[in-house]
Write a protein that binds this ligand. Structure first.
Ligand code: CS2
Ligand code: MG
Length: 405
């Protein structure tokens, strides 16, 4: 029996911060798992180094399901983004190893392909409507068949989702050692968002999927109003309309509008979406490999969703590393209820460290047929980019009080 002989945590910042777990076996096989939790990276690095790595040494790398339960149930303290991101990294690395040992790409171990590639959506944005329209045109030229549209709300230049720089540049303004504070007016947003979404449909028509992210900014009542006001624009989805701690609040949104609802990028276990799925309060579940317990647990969430005709639409912003993206694409091509995959191209600097083998073809990501996940990490390159503390901004309402980010 091979055993795990080493598990190394690699923190690197090529363009933005990433935490990666590299597991090595006594046969010399290595596997990678993403452990990045944007703005709280070092907490996961410590959870892994101080608490999980000592438990992994000497274990059988083939026992993925058992290791998952050992780490989840054995901790006594369950769930939470730090714990689940750390477990995700271990799980993903073990699937990578299992594929390499079997000589098969991970999608074969998951039951084989249901489709050749995973349809992705790209992020078009602009400081105003004309800029947004130019950006949508760029994504169409690049072959994207699904496009998310966001424009800066007048009076709130730092609105979430607005890219600074080129298509490959992170848009989340990482503001240094302390979070930047940004103003937010729900009234201004509710007035403006339907207008720019309409402008996109007016100029480009209905021959592509149009998506929009609300980023947890609305109450269920406001979300219902937004959804209703854009029904004629036939959005693919309205994302994160409201914070989902209160899952049953989505019933109100659901009853207010036929605009499809997607939620889940901040979820870390099946318990965060059980009610949303089983009561069909959403159309798309956006949990991801890295934050929802790895391939093992995300697959469980997707299978539950399949029973209730809820489709998948995993989070894939640039704070999810190319290791995450590789794992996501392997899983996406196998699940019957796949819907769409978010994809933001990484900064070219990121690719000096991470070398993924997935390919974007005609608006869909195709996994590589190489054994495992088809992802390599250059440790020497990683060492050239030390950790760079950065935070997401904090949002404040016009009266000065803190709002949801
Ligand atoms: C966003 C994310 O991609 C999305 O849908 O909501 O970019 C989110 O803001 C970041 O991943 C937070 O780390
Ligand atoms: Mg989002």
């Amino acid at each position: 029996m091979a055993t795990i002989t080493e598990a190394k945590v690699i923190v690197t910042s090529p363009g933005r911060n990433f935490v990666t777990l590299k597991v090595t076996t006594s046969d010399g096989v290595t596997g990678l798992g993403d452990a990045t939790l944007n703005g709280r990276e070092l907490a996961v690095a410590s959870y892994l180094e101080d608490h999980l790595v000592p438990l992994l040494i000497g274990r059988d790398p083939a026992r993925i399901e058992d290791t998952w339960h050992y780490l989840y149930k054995g901790a006594y303290w369950r769930r939470g983004p730090v714990t689940m991101t750390a477990i995700s990294a271990v799980d993903t690395a073990l699937w990578d190893i299992k594929g390499k040992v079997a000589g098969l790409p991970v999608y074969e171990l998951l039951g084989g392909k249901a489709r050749e590639g995973a349809l992705v959506y790209g992020h078009a944005s602009g400081g105003d409507i004309p800029e947004l329209l130019d950006d949508v045109a760029q994504f169409q030229e690049m072959g994207y068949r699904a496009i998310r549209a966001q424009a800066a709300v007048p009076g709130s230049p730092g609105t979430y989702g607005i890219r600074h720089g080129t298509v490959a540049t992170v848009y989340e303004p990482a503001t240094g050692a302390l979070p930047e504070e940004q103003p937010w007016s729900t009234e201004a947003y509710l007035d403006f968002a339907p207008r720019y979404l309409e402008a996109v449909r007016e100029r480009f028509g209905f021959g592509f999927h149009l998506l929009h992210d609300v980023h947890h900014r609305l109450s269920p009542t406001e979300a219902g109003r937004l959804g209703r006001s854009v029904e004629d624009l036939r959005l693919f989805w309205m994302e994160d309309p409201s914070p989902a701690e209160l899952q049953e609040s989505f019933r109100q949104i659901r009853q207010s509008t036929t605009t499809p609802i997607a939620v889940g990028e901040v979820f870390n276990s099946i318990w965060d979406c059980q009610q949303l799925i089983t009561e069909r309060l959403i159309d798309y579940i956006r949990a991801s490999v890295v934050h929802a317990g790895g391939i093992t647990h995300l697959r469980r969430i997707f299978h539950l969703a399949e029973l209730y005709q809820v489709r998948t639409g995993s989070h894939g912003a640039t704070d999810l590393s190319p290791v995450s993206m590789s794992a996501a694409v392997h899983l996406d091509v196998t699940v019957p209820n796949f819907g769409i995959q978010e994809y933001m191209a990484h900064d070219p600097l990121t690719h000096e460290v991470f070398r993924p083998a997935y390919e974007l073809i005609d608006g869909a990501l195709h996994p590589s047929a190489a054994p495992g996940l088809g992802i390599e990490l250059d440790e020497e390159a990683a060492a050239r980019f030390p950790y760079d503390p950065k935070y997401l901004p904090v949002s404040r309402r016009t009266d000065g009080s803190v709002h949801d980010w």
